[in-house]
Design a protein around this ligand. Structure first.
Ligand code: ADP
Ligand code: MG
Length: 333
């Protein structure tokens, strides 16, 4: 499968104001991020709040320029393109943000919100062509009949319907990749599955690749069941591989802790379940994390060598950022 996007040793740091008289502090948010996304692939990015998921999403969609590393689109450095090519390339990667209310202009009707990018992109479209395209994408995302929604304003729709409008707007420019940042975390639980199914449908029928960002392992497992998962902790990817392999046999102690934390409804099964004795409940902040393993402060297996810079290890096709692979207890589900 051809690669659409490659993140090669991407790093991102921000300036933080400390005080009036002190110099600003630089905080490394992302460190050494390597990630490829191929045509038609679904990649779930999982990690707790504040670990840098949205920042990765913004870098992939070209909304934020990384401070280190290279972002390649179709094999070429995105930031080496001329402005014209850069903006055309960016249209092929769409970002669907978490807050559907904030993403839509409240004073525009749904028709106006959808038609603007279409008429901007397809310069030769007549008004009738645009309307036809709008109807087509509305039906595709399950908002039928479209007339029932097009004259409405965002506040008149439910969270689930607005999220579908965002998906419609994202597919209107026929992108190769959609980055969906926690698209179901703000909508009613009863609607979540149908939005996840919609993304799977867009992937299967239109061949659009997805980066699905979430803090919830269960939805990641569902949507990327045939794809890859990328487990993040404090700004680094600690484990990356196929969902099937990572969940069956998680290798990084953080991934193991994440899987062990999912509640099991059957008490018998829960008894057999594992518990990872996390050393500290305190989550280290990005500012205070060590130069070595990001999980050092909490990992039950940590030792002196974990304080050094950690390189990736490839085990059974899964990439793990842990220097104790082979020394840890086996874990197979
Ligand atoms: N524009 C910015 N300026 C300064 N710090 C930022 C900026 N964007 C994100 N951060 C910081 O980067 C860290 C990761 O943020 P984010 O990518 O939003 O995490 P997540 O989406 O996983 O919750 C946070 O500590 C956040 O405060
Ligand atoms: Mg976020």
């Amino acid at each position: 499968m051809a690669k659409i996007i490659e993140l090669d040793k991407i790093g991102m740091s921000f300036e933080k104001k400390v005080g009036l008289l002190q110099p600003n502090k630089r905080i490394d948010v992302l460190r050494d991020i390597n990630l490829d996304i191929a045509e038609g692939q679904i990649v779930a990015v999982v990690g707790e709040s504040g670990c840098g998921k949205t920042t990765i999403g913004k870098i992939i969609t070209g909304l934020m320029k990384p401070t280190e590393g290279e972002l390649r689109f179709g094999g070429k450095n995105l930031y080496g393109f001329s402005l014209n090519v850069f903006s055309r390339t960016r249209e092929q990667v769409q970002f669907v943000q978490q807050d559907s209310y904030a993403a839509l202009n409240p004073v525009l009707t749904i028709r106006q919100s959808l038609s603007a990018p279409i008429s901007h992109h397809y310069k030769n479209y007549s008004a009738a062509d645009t309307e036809k395209k709008i109807n087509e994408i509305m039906s595709f995302v399950g908002l039928t009949p479209p007339e029932q929604f097009l004259s409405k304003y965002p506040h008149m729709l439910s969270g689930g319907q607005r999220q579908r409008i965002l998906m419609a707007r994202a597919i209107s420019l026929e992108p190769k990749l959609i980055v969906a940042d926690e698209p179901v975390s703000m909508i009613d639980v009863s609607m979540r599955l149908s939005i996840l199914n919609l993304m799977n449908k867009l992937n299967e029928m239109l061949g659009i690749s997805f980066v699905y960002i979430t803090h919830d392992l269960a939805t990641a497992k569902y949507i990327a069941r045939n794809g890859n998962i990328c487990v993040m902790y404090l700004g680094e990817i600690v484990e990356f591989g196929s969902v099937e392999a990572v969940l069956r046999s998680p290798k990084h102690p953080y991934t193991q802790a994440l899987i062990a934390a999912v509640p099991v409804p059957d008490p018998k099964a829960a008894k057999q379940g594992r518990d990872i004795p996390i050393k500290s409940m305190e989550i280290t902040s990005l500012e205070n994390r060590s130069k070595g393993c990001v999980f050092y402060d909490r990992c039950p297996y940590a030792e002196e060598k974990c304080r050094n810079k950690i390189e990736d290890t490839l085990v059974d096709g899964v990439r793990v950022k842990c220097c104790k692979i082979g020394e840890l207890p086996e874990w197979t589900n």
